[in-house]
Write a protein that binds this ligand. Sequence first.
Ligand SMILES: C[S@@+](CC[C@H](N)C(=O)[O-])C[C@H]1O[C@@H](n2cnc3c(N)ncnc32)[C@H](O)[C@@H]1O
Length: 404
Amino acid sequence: MTTVPEDEWRERAAALADMLGELGKLTDPAWREAVRAVPRHVLVPRFHTQDTNGTWVESSTSTKEGRAAWLDAVYSNKPLVTALRQDAEVGRVVSSSSQPGLMTRMLEALDIRDGHRVLEIGTGTGYNAALLSHRLGGENVFSVDVEPDLVDLARSRLAELGHAPTLVAANGALGLAEHAPFDRIIATCAVPAIPWAWIEQLRVGGTVLTDLKITQNAGNLVKVTRTSEHRAEGRFDPTYAAFMGLRHQPGGPAQPVTRAARDSADVHESTSPVDPQTPWKNMVVWFLAALDLHADVTIGYTGPSTTSPPTAVTLSTSDGSWAQIALAGAHGLHEVTQGGPQRLWQAVENAHDLWNHLSRPDWGQFGLTITPNSHTLWHDRPDSEQHWTHLTEMIHGKRWAKQL
Ligand SMILES: C[S@@+](CC[C@H](N)C(=O)[O-])C[C@H]1O[C@@H](n2cnc3c(N)ncnc32)[C@H](O)[C@@H]1O
């Protein structure tokens, strides 16, 4: 391990805390103190970046420049890829140390108080578990990761720092029943639905904060509070954020995807005024659209060749539905070609109309009510008339119930 003198890392950690403060992502003095006190470099002794060809390169501290670049990155507000698995010679990201500013924003949003017992889903490097342990004492911190090797590494690095939170290698979708109840649950991986096990393991009045993504880009951080034995409720965070998806097995794909062949005999052509890049540029509309589509919808770009710029956006689902929307538009209209059992782009157009009808709401105007068998999305207030989507029927029945 590369040794870093105490005064050097303390200066860098203090500078990181100051920077997060200036960015408005760290305001609570207790969390500020935690960021100053945790040597992130011990938990992130190396990371991986992709070069211009897409090849993964590991950081190196063997030269003076390499060491400086590593320390600069570790004490910056950057997410760092820390674990890869090789799949057919392609490196797939299985873990990262999240952006420190996102972590502190989430920790502050959770309103964690002295004596709270906190469960984290997604231990990763253990950096967040270290912040929590510094703030609450390791005896109040529980963290689970599906990757046993990461849990072992995090445990030994945290021990080096004098922290001994309870770390468990397991599928965090099930929570950690043997250590419940918790006051707070923070998930640093995205889930397609909030597992009822998490709500059950919270004290009434306790809160869970997680990234809810029903498919790629379709969802956001949501904070729900257990209001009674059988109910939890809360709003989406106003600011968009994204985490890697929860996997049910070590190294497993976040979402197994199967594709049916395209039936090119059944092609429907139209034009659309909606921006083809909506799935990347207007995630609220994309989320509303995804509620109407199969949860396994994938998005991408296509073009005449792999070396030329893309000319169209593509959507596809495992039932063989597909849509292609031209990026270029004439008079604000984009050519659309669709096929298969569902008109995928039509769902995006409908969602766009609905969003306009609701006066273009942002994430903070949407919320969720969760019961043991249902997720209900609402707009404005839980009792508002725009109480239109029972996610459970749409997603639990199709996918969530099977997976979680
Ligand atoms: C963004 S990283 C977590 C970052 C971490 N909190 C930190 O401070 O370094 C997401 C983590 O979620 C883990 N993960 C994925 N699926 C999981 C599951 N079913 N249960 C628990 N952890 C899971 C991944 O292995 C990965 O380490």
